[in-house]
Structures are given as structure tokens and as C-alpha cells.
Design a protein around this ligand. Sequence first.
Ligand code: SF4
Ligand code: SF4
Length: 438
Amino acid sequence: MASYLRGIHTPHRKGTKNSPAVRMDIPQRVTIPMSMHIGKPAVPTVKVGDLVKVGTKIGDADGYISSNVYSGVSGKVTKLTDYLMHNGAATTAVVIESDGEMTIDESITPPTVNSKQELVEAIKASGIVGLGGAGFPTYVKLDVDPGRIDYLIINGAECEPYVTSDTATMLTRSDDMVDALNALNRHLGIKQVIIGVESHNKKALEAMKRMAASVDGFSVKVQSLPAVYPQGGEKVLVYHTTGRKIANNKLPIDVGCIVLNCTTVAAIGAYLRTGMPLVEKCVTVEGGAVKQPQNVIAPIGASLKDLFDFCGGLTEDPAKIIYGGPMMGITVANLDMSVIKNTNAVLALTKKESKLPKTTSCIRCGACINTCPFGLEATSIAEAYEKKDAAMLSELSVQSCMECGCCSFVCPANRPLVQINKLSKQFLREEAKKESDK
Ligand code: SF4
Ligand code: SF4
């Protein structure tokens, strides 16, 4: 148990924490990928020349673990093109030239929800996925026997440096969150809600306490979390809010919990009230190379270039552009990449900010193991990966690594431990596929 309390103190660098979210100018063009979620890509429902409006469906979910995709601008479809996601996956993207009008699709009306199944179907239709980074289709998490749910845990931890888009949600979208919680209480029977917020995020804590006091008929508790990274990791959050420990290869629901990010909860509430599906995203635009760092509401599919231009442009050629925070984010190749559903931040880092220290030999200090929230043995994992020893990698539970980066952060030899863990997990996936193909 005690290992769950481990973690690191990272510099917060949350220069935008008081930045109200500002809606960006309507981009001339959006490029909307069909694979902005975990699971199968959506199938495009439009063709070149089609006219679309804000909220028009342009991609149909393909199967159970998938998600609908909608247009965030009005205009004309000009291209269906190949698109390489930041994680290396290839998909199709729909390119739409905006007419600058932002006309709303006539079909947009609030969904009718009178039962659990109608709520789940509505959230499925909305295209909402985990907006804190994971991108897992939200309706799937909620499509469970209500008798299994003891707690809804709302993740307001936002523990990554720089990122404050969830804080913007907590400060300004309490009403949307209340609408969602009322619906989840009514139709899923959720009676206990716990919102986890880091102790240093005082304004968000106060806003969530005010929100909790306004809810009637069920319990909403606001829990102050230690200001230690990574509080936002699902297993860490469940442990710190309920004391329940999730075993390897198990999910929060296996210990009676559903975990939703606070911005996901707000998106559910807004959809139930308006019927407007997920077409835009609040993104923290930060880093030393950004002229005016701020939280920006962008239509999904807006290019990073348009996003940075809205923030006054860049002060220098950035050495690194990252989707997400510096601990768990992924470097992207160019500024033509799009804001997608689960983009919570885009960082443009200077050479100084992103300089990597020299890697030296492991000195067997054990800091990586002592810091890991799960006590994983990063050194042994690295050795097993070098030998391509799948059995040993499984025994060392590398699959339970949440890629938080704490081990790499503390390593005095600057070894790329989290990167090796990612490669090890990929290696195990490939080995499993080889086995299933036999
Ligand atoms: S990246 Fe994985 S091994 Fe490293 S500290 Fe995080 S969970 Fe542990
Ligand atoms: S922290 Fe770095 S130097 Fe220390 S044991 Fe782990 S890998 Fe080796």
C-alpha cells in the first residue's frame, strides 16, 4: 500500500492557472482525424463537396470501442486524406474549409433521457471520450451494472506541469458538472461522488466545494490531494480517494469505482443540456516559445499553427512541440497537426527547456524503484527488455506501468527508463499478437 504514496515533486510552472479560457478565431480550415480515441477509428460519413455545419456528424463509431466524430465548423468538405496521428497510428482525416459562419446543424436538440440505457446511448452519440488524455469512449465506462458502482471519482488532479485546462473547467463550468452529476445520480444510481483536486490548487478546491454544496440528494465530497506527482493516475487517484487498491490488469470498476476526468464530466452536462456533441476543446497553450500563453477553446481539428498564431505566435523556432504535459506528453512532428478530442495542452518548448541531459551508466542507487507509485523495478525491466525476455517482463508487471515518468525524472544517470517501459509494453503486445495469429 505504502508504495502508492510515492511520487515526485515537479515544478508546477502553471503560468496559465488564472487564465480564463478564450475562444480562438474561427480557423480557415480544420483537419479532423477519425481516430481521436482508444479503439477502432470512426468511419467517415461525408464525401468531398458535402456541406457541413457545427455539430454535423462526419464520422460514425465503428463497433463498441469507438466514437462518433462531428464537425466544429460550418463549411465544405474539401478532402478526405491520410493522417498520421502523434502516436504513429495512420488514419483518415476529413478536411473542412470553414465558411466563417459557424452555423449550427438544425438536428441539434437535447437528447431525451429517461433511463440508464438512454443516458448511455446519449453519451455514446455525443462523441465524448476521456478528455484528460486517455481518450477512452466514456459511454463504455458507464455501460455497467449500476449495482457495481460505489463511487464516481472525478479527476481534477491535473498534476502535470504547465497544464491548467482542467482547472479552467473547474473554475468556470460547475453548472455543466452539476447537470452531469444529477443525470448520473438519477439514471445510474450514483450516490457517492469524490472530486480529487491537488492541495495547492486552492481556487479549484474552493470552486468544487461550492459546486458540491449546490448538489442535492446525493453526496459529493471534495478531497484535497497531496501536491505530489502523479495524483492524476487512475490507480493512484482511486487509492487516495477511497483507500481501494486496483490489482494489475484490473480496472477501477473492479473495486467499485468509475473515474471520469472533470472536463469529461462537464462535457456530458453540456451535451445533455444542449445536444451539441463534442466539437471543441479547451487547450493550455504554453511553453517558453509561446508569446502569450493562455487557455484556448479551439474547434477540434484546428491546426497547432492556428492555435499558436492565436496566442501571438512563437518567440523562436521551438525545439520541441508536445501534446500534453512534459511528463507524459508526446512530441509531435509539425505545426500542421490538429487539436484532437483529448488534447489538454500543447507546449512549445525552447532549446533550453527541452535540452536532454547526458545519459550515463546505472549506479544501482534504486531511486527509480523507490519513487515508482507501484514499486516497479525499472532497472530489471530494462535488463529484461534488452534480452527480449517476454516472460520476465510480464513477471515484472511492466504492463501496469502508467508511463508517468517518475523513474526517469529521479534517475541521476538520466536513463530513459519510461521510454524503455513503453518499448517493453509494445514488445509484449507484438508477442501476444504473434501468439494469437498462430
Ligand atoms: S513510468 Fe512506470 S515504472 Fe516509471 S515510475 Fe511511472 S509507473 Fe513506475
Ligand atoms: S535511478 Fe537510475 S541510476 Fe538509480 S538504479 Fe534506477 S536506473 Fe540506476
